[in-house]
Design a protein around this ligand. Structure first.
Ligand code: CO
Length: 466
């Protein structure tokens, strides 16, 4: 029996614990060791890393990816892609989605884990087709299900979803439990059901320690035949992050389960990250709240990243006294929206609306553009019927949502043309154009800063010659 590991420290672990503020320079020095660790894959890109690079870290996300690729030539590099949303918070046109996937593979990505916040699989099709179109021998298209619990989310429904992903042509299936609310016996029922339905297609479990369930759930998942588990090097594990890599390694060893991991390498990885973690605790980037076990999440179903973002936003607004009230408002907003899984961008949408409702002291006094667009159908089909009252308030009496695929399927190149026009000589590559399409304000500022820095270097060089 064999279980393989995906190491998440470069993406989800730091996204969950410290809002994705880990710069490339902090971990470049350990990449060659990680390359020898024997992981199934290293999750290192996608999710919020792209946005964070441009917005907060002054890094070119594509250059980061090329750096990781260069220093980890032997390990499968994995990214998380939000289907038609790519790495942003709204749907993009099909030609943009296809180009983004092409560039991701070209710059070094092997495994593309693709999900849709609503599990509306029409939103995965374009990214899947592009992955197959530009695939190298190492490319894997992984279909991912956003796991959540609600009156409409049953084991039978999840099994049906997995069969659909298989029919679509995905090569592996990932169960993504972003809130860490999957319990051990739910994992057993799901994984046995899914394995029965999809044959020898590999199944992966991604969970978070937020509620304290994860170690039990992962252990039960292993007993139930899971093929790959997501873990984080131990100093970046637990809390809102993943279970610890080394802990699960030693547990597997005791079970007599093969992992393919190199014990010496995984311990070196942890030793390397210890002082880095301490630095971010000291400068308060890593909030102690993210490291705690919060069983309340079993009630509120709040994923790790959402929790740390809410803390950051409320702290900025000096309104942390409203934290518990905002948390309690989330289930009500979620029910009104037809029980969407709380994953980006729905987690932000629901979280921000809940915070707004609480701060204004009245529900839906102000409705965010994102929530309005959701009701207009721009994100796809909700898992369950939405609140009729709220729908009427947003769309007018008798108003109905539109089919998002009509707009999304456009392939007229207009987004590229507009980006080129807006950037002029600031853009130097197709990757730059893509960064701008995804995050126009942040990308443009990054390119301007890049140019200014280079001009400074030139004038300094001239002075030095004098
Ligand atoms: Co996650």
């Amino acid at each position: 029996m064999k279980v393989q590991f995906t190491e998440t420290v470069l993406r989800d672990a730091n996204q969950s614990l410290m809002a994705t503020r880990l710069p490339y320079a902090d971990y470049e020095g350990i990449l060659s060791t990680m390359d020898k660790a024997g992981y199934y894959s290293v999750e290192c890109w996608g999710g919020a890393t792209f946005d964070s690079c441009l917005r907060y870290l002054g890094e070119d996300p594509w250059e980061r990816l090329r750096g990781i690729r260069k220093n980890m030539p032997n390990t499968k590099l994995q990214m998380l892609l939000r289907g038609q949303n790519l790495l942003g918070y709204k749907h993009y046109h099909d030609d943009v989605v296809e180009k983004f996937v092409e560039l991701s593979i070209k710059n070094g990505i092997d495994i593309i884990r693709i999900f849709d916040a609503l599990n509306d699989f029409r939103n995965l099709g374009t990214a899947l087709d592009a992955t197959m179109k530009f695939a190298t021998p190492n490319t894997v298209a992984s279909g991912c299900i956003s796991y959540t619990q609600s009156p409409v989310h049953t084991v039978a429904k999840y099994v049906e979803m997995c069969k659909e992903l298989q029919r679509m042509g995905f090569q592996t299936i990932c169960l993504k439990d972003m809130a860490g609310t999957m319990s051990p016996y739910e994992a057993e029922g799901l994984i046995k059901g899914i394995k029965d339905a999809v044959g020898d297609m590999p199944v992966i479990l991604h969970t978070h320690c937020t509620t304290g369930m994860a170690y039990m759930t992962v252990t039960k998942a292993i007993e139930s035949g899971i093929d790959v588990i997501d873990t984080a090097t131990s100093c970046f594990s637990n809390g809102t992050s993943q279970p610890a890599t080394e802990t699960m390694f030693y547990a597997c060893q005791q079970y007599g389960i093969e992992t393919g991991l190199n014990e010496d390498a995984i311990n070196k990885v942890n030793d390397y990250f210890k002082p880095i973690k301490q630095k971010y605790i000291d400068n308060k980037t890593l909030n102690a709240k993210s490291l705690a076990t919060d069983s309340q999440a079993l009630v509120y179903k709040v994923p790790g990243g959402m929790l740390s973002n809410m803390i950051a936003n409320l702290t900025d607004m000096k309104a942390m006294d409203k934290f518990d009230a905002a948390l309690a408002e989330i289930p009500a907003v979620r029910a009104d929206l037809g029980y969407p899984p709380l994953v980006t961008p729905l987690s932000q949408m629901v979280g921000n609306q809940a915070v707004t409702n609480v701060l204004l002291g009245e529900r839906y006094k102000s409705i965010s553009t994102e929530v309005k667009n959701y009701f207009k159908g721009e994100y796809g089909i909700a898992p369950a019927p939405v609140s009729e009252e709220l729908q009427a308030k947003i769309l007018g009496e008798g108003g109905q949502p539109v089919d998002c695929r009509i707009e999304d399927s456009k392939r007229d190149g207009s987004d590229f043309a507009a980006a080129k026009e807006a950037l002029g000589d600031l853009a130097r590559s197709e990757e730059d154009i893509m960064s701008y399409i995804c995050f126009p304000v942040q990308a443009k500022k990054f390119f301007e800063d890049r140019k200014a820095k280079e001009e400074n270097v030139v004038s300094y060089t001239i002075e030095a010659i004098d």
